[in-house]
Design a protein around this ligand. Structure first.
Ligand SMILES: [Zn+2]
Ligand SMILES: [Zn+2]
Length: 145
């Protein structure tokens, strides 16, 4: 599948074109099937004969935009448990933080929990400043800060 806007090849799980940033299926300049340039008003590709489907939703129905504000607050207040990463869909990172806090605390007298708290606060700041802008699935976060 190709980007309808710029003709760049897209992977099946790319909901947004990595080159031009336009959601997959949006645009009218290239055939999604063979990347042949198409007329804006064309409903089918004259080269490969494929019909152009109506633009699909950017994200699947069940994928709600996660809130940046909620994620940042979770990072600041529940960061040692990795809750903000579970919320954002960064499950591996969340599990790592949770395990570091719960298990390693016994071995390091709580030092690792402090380290995770610092880590989580850094991530909270990155959320606030926009360094972290997408969730674990690559969907943009809701800009509610
Ligand atoms: Zn594109
Ligand atoms: Zn085509």
């Amino acid at each position: 599948m190709y980007c309808r806007n710029c003709g760049t090849p897209l992977k099946p799980d790319n909901y947004i074109c990595t080159k031009c940033g336009v959601p997959a299926g949006i645009g009218n300049k290239f055939c999604p099937s063979c990347a042949n340039p198409t007329d804006e008003n064309a409903v089918m590709c004259v080269r490969c004969g494929v019909f152009f489907a109506a633009p699909q939703n950017v994200a699947p129905q069940d994928a709600q935009q996660r809130s940046k504000l909620v994620a940042a607050l979770l990072a600041f207040f529940l960061g040692t448990l990795g809750i903000h990463n579970f919320y954002l869909g960064y499950t591996n990172k969340g599990v790592t933080q949770l395990l570091l806090t719960l298990l390693a605390s016994f071995l390091t007298c709580g030092l690792s929990a402090v380290a995770v708290q610092v880590w989580a606060i850094v991530e909270g700041v990155q959320l606030l400043t926009g360094t972290i802008n997408t969730d674990g699935n690559g969907y943009p976060l809701k800009q509610d800060i």
